[in-house]
Design a protein around this ligand. Structure first.
Ligand code: CA
Ligand code: CA
Length: 345
């Protein structure tokens, strides 16, 4: 081959190689920068963008809570607040609340989903005995109010830590298909009605209580099928799980009439708290067994139907037992709920 042709080919090859090496880096730069692996990035960003009824985004709530503490420290005087540490724009997926880990180079994920941020600062004090000036470092937490559902299914997250009791207006929690999740805790959030943690084979600890939970679906370590816990009538439930032991409970501040736990229309326990090792559907009933015979069946459904059409008198005290969907009145849909439970549907 002609030497000039060879040289030409070599130069072309070099140029192609150089181009191939450069193009991916251009491509990377042209993509929007994502700090977390997917789907974590999009799901946590979406949570931070949710707003309160007054239009404040969750990300802003974090920044406002931090700013309030910083103002307080400045007003008190004598403290050096380390501004900037962990403060990010609310629209960013990166937020000072989350605890982060990395897998490989630049593959960040939220390992602990927690609901507080913190403000680092330093100060000085005088030792009362020696008069010596001592320096100290502090890191005070702030607990922002947060709104809307927490939907993080399929993420790499390993732990969900509970907010402080009464801290948030979070309405539901979905951590389905979180294969690395080890622990879920969610306690005392009064707006939260629904928690689902299906296909979470690594979960060895669950503690969900004292919310307003109407439905809890769990499939933690060792469960081949999910366990679905639902409320009938006006009440709320909780569940705790550690390794193989599942305990179901009725929240304390619910009305005093608790009929019991029902499976396929039959009462399996009348205790407010009890250990349960089954899966499938179980119902915490505050309503339904209107003839008080321990079962939910067509007899109850017929009695509720009669009350709904006015051919059976129901006193004000009895209303709660008939009102299966807890909407404040008796109608045919209450009868349908009880009939379906009685038939195991
Ligand atoms: Ca009955
Ligand atoms: Ca009703």
């Amino acid at each position: 081959m002609n030497k000039n042709v060879k040289n030409g080919l070599s130069i072309m090859l070099s140029l192609i190689l150089a181009f191939m090496m450069i193009v991916p880096s251009f491509a990377e730069e042209s993509e929007p920068y994502e700090y977390f692996i997917q789907p974590d990035n999009d799901l946590y960003a979406a949570f931070l963008m949710q707003t309160s009824p007054s239009g404040i985004r969750n990300g802003e709530q974090v920044v406002l809570a931090r700013a309030a503490l910083i103002d307080e420290l400045i007003a008190a005087g004598g403290y050096n607040v380390l501004f900037g540490a962990g403060v990010y724009h609310d629209g960013d997926a990166l937020c000072s609340m989350w605890s982060l880990s990395a897998i490989g180079y630049d593959q960040n994920y939220v390992d602990i989903c927690r609901f507080y941020s913190s403000v680092p600062y330093s100060g000085t004090m005088v030792d009362p005995r020696t008069g010596e000036i001592l320096c100290f470092d502090c890191n005070d937490p702030v607990y922002p109010d947060l709104y809307g559902p927490l939907n993080i299914p399929g993420t790499r997250t390993e732990v969900v830590e509970s907010p402080q009791e009464g801290q948030t207006h979070i309405s539901s929690v979905n951590i389905n298909d979180c294969l690395y999740m080890r622990s879920l805790s969610f306690i005392g959030q009064p707006e939260c009605t629904f928690i689902t943690a299906v296909n979470c084979p690594s979960i060895e600890r669950v503690d969900v209580r004292k919310c307003d939970l109407k439905n809890i679906t769990l499939q933690p370590m060792g469960y081949e099928q999910p366990l679905a816990i639902s409320v009938i009538g006006d009440g709320s439930v909780g569940a705790t799980f550690y390794r193989s032991e599942m305990t179901l409970g009725v929240d304390e501040d619910v009305p005093s009439i608790f009929l019991g736990w029902y499976v396929n229309g039959q009462r399996v326990s009348g205790l407010r708290e009890f250990c349960y090792d089954g899966d499938g559907d179980i119902y915490a009933c505050f309503a339904g067994d209107v003839n008080n015979d321990g079962d939910l069946n067509m007899n109850d459904a017929v009695n509720i139907s009669r009350a709904a059409i006015g051919t059976r008198d129901v006193s004000a005290d009895e209303l709660a037992i008939y009102d299966a969907n807890a909407n404040g009145h008796i109608d045919v849909s209450d009868a349908v709920i009880v009939a379906r439970l009685g038939l195991g549907l």
